[in-house]
Design a protein around this ligand. Structure first.
Ligand code: 5AD
Ligand code: SF4
Length: 439
């Protein structure tokens, strides 16, 4: 059997695609841990921010020496950088054999067959018209995971001014509900207990297709699959978050009390320039409503600092919004120009040092809030789905609360895949600590 090494950058969608590529290669390749052992190296790439893209060039560049020693080695670049660069990537990295866009990963086997017939290097960055991807049921063997991702749609129609995604992943296409349900059922039969439904903007699921359920309806159907204990989803666009979905948090026991709701900025002027199509006030009122339906809901968000034209006053609005909402956790980024994204041509770019200063300020405020929220768990008993041994300390188990907080805790053997109650006795910035209780 040949060996494949796969390295994944970026979002959960990429992780999902990487798993599917491994599933497609089954029978011909087995995964290995080191690039030097591999017959096939796949780098699944992200281009959402400049830094992510630079990492890809670094890694693929370093593979050149392996190809020199073993010319039969196949190197493939997949995902968003592949889509964005296409043929250009081969010019820059001539040791690459295969460039495969995110919608072409399902044609991996055909592409490899062509390369072994000597038809490489090969570029496939064609978009599909529908999202009737072949149903690839992963067979989870060995150390079976407790949770899994399931892509329900791909692409994005929103064209936020800073974002490359609509160009790399194409227009929004929803996957047929029966395919999604079949895939979740297959995972659950193999022991998966928690599923995260993935899409760039899950709230608009099915809107473009005739006869498809709404996202809230799909969510209820997925949640009703017997043996599935927890359902999560990401990402939601604030403009499309409606009451039907908010109700699910209150009414569907399997839907976990956590929502990732990227706000990006707190100033209306910047939100408008970003083409986000909601105001600060609309965002805050949705948060308020959500908390009425589900008071214990944990919220997380994405923030971009230093968008072109962002003044000190605009930036302070973002800081005020952080204080007002009190997110459990945030992911914050310095704005970077992306090819094709409209804001790349905007004037009034913010200097790098100023972006760094703003990012540090955002971190400082959010760290305090996250710590305060984590401390509020002390002395409480929470439900944890046990994922396995803690990577940092094999004496401890690790899992997540329904609100998506990581918990490391001590307890007896054989807890993986179980739902347990944990008394929280300590906390850091990124996790809670505790011990199992019978209560
Ligand atoms: N610059 C900085 N951050 C960006 N993001 C997307 N595009 C850019 C960009 N050009 C961030 C957004 C998005 C997250 C996935 O990445 O916050 O929600
Ligand atoms: Fe990018 Fe906006 Fe689409 Fe999200 S909603 S993927 S930020 S264009």
């Amino acid at each position: 059997m040949k060996k494949v090494f796969i390295r994944t950058f970026g979002c959960q969608m990429n992780e999902y695609d990487s798993e599917r590529m491994l599933a497609l290669l089954k029978g011909e390749y087995i995964p290995c841990q080191e690039p030097k052992e591999a017959d096939l190296i796949l780098v699944n790439t992200c281009s959402v921010r400049k830094k992510a893209e630079e990492k890809v060039y670094g890694l693929v560049g370093r593979l050149k020496h392996l190809k020199k020693v073993r010319p039969e080695l196949i190197i493939g670049v997949c995902g968003c950088v592949a889509q964005q660069e296409g043929e250009r990537l081969l010019k820059r990295l001539p040791h690459v054999d295969l460039v495969l866009g995110p919608q072409a990963v399902y044609r991996l086997r055909e592409a490899l067959a062509k390369i072994s017939r000597g038809e490489g290097p090969l570029v496939d960055i064609n978009f599909q018209k529908d999202f009737r991807q072949p149903l690839i049921f992963p067979e989870l063997d060995g150390d079976r995971p407790v949770k899994a991702f399931v892509t329900i749609m791909q692409g994005c129609d929103n064209f936020c001014a800073y974002c490359v995604v609509p160009y790399t992943r194409g227009r929004e296409v929803s996957r047929p509900p029966e395919d999604i349900l079949a895939e979740v059922e297959c995972l659950v039969k193999q022991g998966v207990r928690e599923v995260t439904l993935l899409g760039q903007n899950v709230n608009s699921y099915g809107r473009k297709e005739r006869g498809f359920p709404s996202f809230a309806e799909l969510l209820r159907e997925v949640a009703s699959i017997s043996g599935l204990w927890r359902v999560r989803f990401t990402t939601s666009h604030p403009k499309d978050l409606d009451e039907n979905l908010m109700r699910c948090f209150a009414e569907v026991p399997e839907v976990c009390e956590h929502l990732h709701l990227p706000v990006q900025a707190g100033s209306n002027r910047i939100l408008k320039r970003m083409h986000r199509r909601y105001t600060r006030e609309e965002y805050l009122s949705k948060v308020e409503k959500l908390r009425k339906f589900c008071p214990e809901i944990a919220l997380t968000t994405d923030i971009i600092v230093g968008f072109p034209g962002e003044t000190e006053e605009d930036f302070k609005e973002t800081l005020r919004l952080l204080e007002e909402v009190r997110f459990d956790e945030i992911f914050s980024f310095k704005y970077s120009d992306r090819p094709l994204a409209r804001s790349t041509n905007f004037e009034d770019k913010i200097p790098e040092e100023e972006k760094a200063r703003r990012l540090a300020k955002v971190h400082e405020i959010q760290e305090r809030i996250t710590r305060e929220i984590n401390e509020s768990y002390l002395g409480k008993v929470v439900e944890v789905l046990v994922e396995g041994k803690s990577p940092g300390n094999p004496e401890l188990w690790t899992g997540r609360t329904r609100t998506n907080h990581v918990v490391n805790f001590s307890g007896p053997e054989n807890l993986k895949g179980k739902l347990v109650h944990v008394l929280i006795e300590g906390c850091g910035l990124h996790s809670l600590r505790g011990r199992i209780t019978n209560n």
